[in-house]
Design a protein around this ligand. Structure first.
Ligand code: PMV
Length: 309
């Protein structure tokens, strides 16, 4: 019997969510405080692959699952790429990435599965190919994803991302910490992206202007991050959050936690990901503990700290 295991991080978007769907640049970083793990225990006897999605309490055979299921799709695409048949055994998948919260749970789980199958096969597959496979499962989760989640999670590095272009690594002049907080309100990205599309179709001129301003903030933030002089970073986050409010993807929970982070001493805070719930991030160059305390006392369900480097 062979056992192989692999994992993949979560992610957070620093700047540019939603605008990235319309071709503007966005910046994203892996978050290692949360992760997904896939473990394959193969068995000698035939019987196909059983999949145990521990967090969802769901167990099924690959053979009985249609390709409209993102997990089945990712396994099939990966096996095809590796040129191997379906292994017989048990694939156990677990994750500490909260679902529908902007931390990339779907892409993280898919990437961990790909990496476990690759380890089992001993075939070498590059990060960009893994990202392409994971992107296919993202389409099922998100409808019309920009590709930012699969890219940052599969490359496992800070990225500067523009839809349809090869990703560029985001240069980090000086490592810095950000605080990530979960509102505890799950929010499907698909619905938030569709609502912004609706706003864009109804009021194209105004919405395109907001989206362009977000793109300019991402550009500016990339320069700030690579320079290592991070003093403008908080203000850029605050401006990005205001523009996301104008796109109507914030929520009362997000706004109240952003305000709590600022009162606690953060120099900037914004929603991160699809919005309408899910996560926010805060930048606090000084002691982060008062910000973490403020977020928890004001209703954050979980708080993490992650280093961008
Ligand atoms: O998966 P989330 O919730 O982090 O959102 C992804 C970011 C969006 O820009 C809202 C959508 C996309 O596909 O880029």
């Amino acid at each position: 019997m062979t056992r192989v295991s692999a994992s993949a991080p979560g992610k957070t978007i620093l700047f540019g969510e939603h605008a990235v769907v319309y071709g503007q640049p966005a910046l994203a970083v892996p978050v290692h405080a949360v992760a997904s793990t896939a473990t394959l225990d193969d068995e000698v006897a035939g019987g196909g692959l059983r999949i145990d999605l521990v967090n969802l309490g769901r167990t099924f055979h690959l053979a009985e699952c249609p390709l409209t299921d993102p997990i089945a799709l990712v396994i099939r695409l990966c096996l095809d790429r590796l040129g191997i048949g379906e292994p017989s055994g048990l694939l156990t998948v677990s994750s500490t990435v909260p679902i529908s919260s902007g931390l990339g749970s779907g892409a993280s789980v898919s990437a961990a599965i790909c990496r476990a199958l690759i380890a089992y096969s001993d075939v070498s597959v590059g990060d960009s190919e893994i990202s392409e496979i994971v992107f296919e499962s993202e389409k099922i989760h998100h409808g019309t994803p920009s590709g930012i989640d699969n890219t940052v999670i599969c490359y496992d590095q800070p990225i500067y991302f523009s839809k349809g272009k090869p990703p560029t690594m985001l240069e980090v002049g000086k490592p810095f910490d950000i605080i990530v907080a979960d509102t505890g309100v799950p929010s499907p990205t698909k619905a938030a992206v569709a609502a912004v599309r609706d706003q864009f179709d109804r009021d194209t001129k105004q919405t395109a202007n907001i989206i362009e301003q977000i793109g300019e903030i991402s550009e500016e933030a990339a320069k700030v991050i690579s320079s290592g002089d991070l003093s403008p970073l908080g203000e850029l986050m605050n401006r990005n959050h205001q523009l996301l409010q104008l796109l109507n993807v914030s929520s009362s929970e997000l706004d109240s936690l952003v305000a709590a982070a600022l009162r606690g001493g953060a120099s900037g805070a914004k929603l991160s990901g699809g919005g309408r719930g899910g996560n926010l991030i805060a930048y606090c160059p000084a002691n982060p503990q008062p910000v973490i305390d403020a977020l928890l006392t004001n209703g954050a369900s979980q708080v993490w700290q992650t280093t961008v480097e």
